[in-house]
Design a protein around this ligand. Structure first.
Ligand code: MRU
Length: 366
């Protein structure tokens, strides 16, 4: 996608040296656009763990390139396995991480150590390219929902209002995004669309990242406090909600950024369609009960206890917002049961959030 007239992906191989890996440091957005260079396995593991890159599909692509960097240092069997274990331990909830590593290992394990490096870069590039293509397809399949909402009889004039949570835009993927891809597709097709952007405490991925990328693309949007969504839905100001996911069970339960569940409850109560956009790399075919089985990342209490922002003088500062001595807890994801999800938008089309619905689109998983 474009930033100030330049086309970017979120991760790419440096075109000059053709081996180091470039990323956008997302901890600096929206204040600064800083491109970093990853050269080692540790760089890649740190980038994922510290959320310089984040979002389920991008975490997977970064892990794939992390294995490439590891193999440059040592292509032997033991080093390959160690690197995969290191990367797999960086973040627990997004299944794309495990999916990307498994795919890389399936390609690399049978190869002789001396022949692994070229195969690794080739496979990582395929993972990245496929993610971008799948998300573009999600955009096309989701655009229809926005068109349908725009044409709903009796609807007041004005743009289609879409509510989203966290950042599931292009910054969370290699390109296009998942939940935001249908919004870009509709906007590009000339359908008036406006986005309610949940701020998404504690790390504010909505306020800092979704608002940033929508703004750069010229999509009208309004940042709202996390607790405002239910009120807006009650008053007819949300046509539909679209969110992304970090892991979807084979039965359609959805793990996504903390707070997603509450939005789904409000949407159910008010009759607002609640859609979840996911590439197939986010579906965990081994799990059936999301609440019981999906591991939920617990992050540092400091993320809740503090806020980072820019002062009027232009300095980026972090301030404490809770009293000294108060404890803080920080579960980073929650699970929305499939019964609250109107449907899933995948690269193969839309389906109900059920086992049968998913198998209808992915019959090879039967
Ligand atoms: O903690 P994050 O920022 O990695 O969480 C990201 C989300 O929860 C996204 O909504 C999800 O990964 C979908 S991204 C296409």
């Amino acid at each position: 996608m474009q930033i100030d007239g330049h086309a970017y992906r979120t991760i790419w191989v440096d075109p000059e040296d053709r081996w180091s890996v470039r990323i956008i440091d997302q901890t600096r957005l929206p204040w600064a656009l800083e491109i970093l260079r990853l050269t080692t396995l540790d760089d890649a593991a740190h980038a994922i763990r510290a959320m310089l890159v984040r979002g389920a599909p991008l975490i997977g692509a970064t892990a794939a390139y992390g294995l490439c960097l590891a193999l440059r240092a040592d292509p032997a069997d033991a080093a390959l396995e160690r690197a995969a274990t290191t990367l797999a331990a960086t973040r627990p909830t997004a299944v794309n991480l495990r999916w990307a590593l498994d795919r890389m290992l399936a390609r690399l394990r049978p190869a002789a150590p001396g022949a692994r490096l070229a195969g690794a870069y080739d496979e990582a590039a395929r993972i990245a390219d496929e993610d971008a293509a799948q998300n573009a397809a999600i955009g096309r399949h989701g655009q229809t929902l926005i068109e349908t909402a725009a044409a709903r009889p009796g609807r007041p004039a004005g743009p289609v209002n879409v509510l989203t949570h966290c950042n599931a835009g292009w910054l969370a993927t290699v390109d296009w995004g998942t939940a935001i891809a249908p919004i870009y597709a509709a906007h590009n097709a000339g359908i008036p669309v406006h986005v309610w952007v949940d701020e998404t405490r504690p790390r504010n991925q909505g306020a800092s990242l979704t608002a940033y990328e929508l703004g750069k693309h010229g999509v009208p949007h309004t940042v709202i406090a996390d607790n405002a969504g239910g009120h807006l839905m009650q008053h007819g100001q949300v046509d539909l909600a679209i969110v992304g996911a970090d892991r979807v069970t084979r039965t359609g339960d959805v793990a996504n950024k903390i707070g997603t569940y509450l939005k789904a409850l409000a949407a159910k109560d008010t009759g607002v369609p609640f859609w979840v956009a996911v590439p197939s790399s986010t579906i965990d075919w081994t799990l059936a009960d999301g609440v019981a089985e999906i591991p939920i990342e617990e992050r540092a209490a400091a993320e809740v206890a503090t806020l980072t922002g820019r002062t009027e003088a232009g300095a980026v500062m972090t301030i404490r917002v809770i009293p000294d001595g108060s404890a803080a807890a920080n579960p980073a994801f929650d699970v929305t049961p499939a019964r609250l999800v109107t449907g899933l938008i995948t690269e193969r089309g839309r389906c109900p959030a059920t086992a049968e619905g998913l198998l209808g689109l992915f019959p090879e998983r039967r």
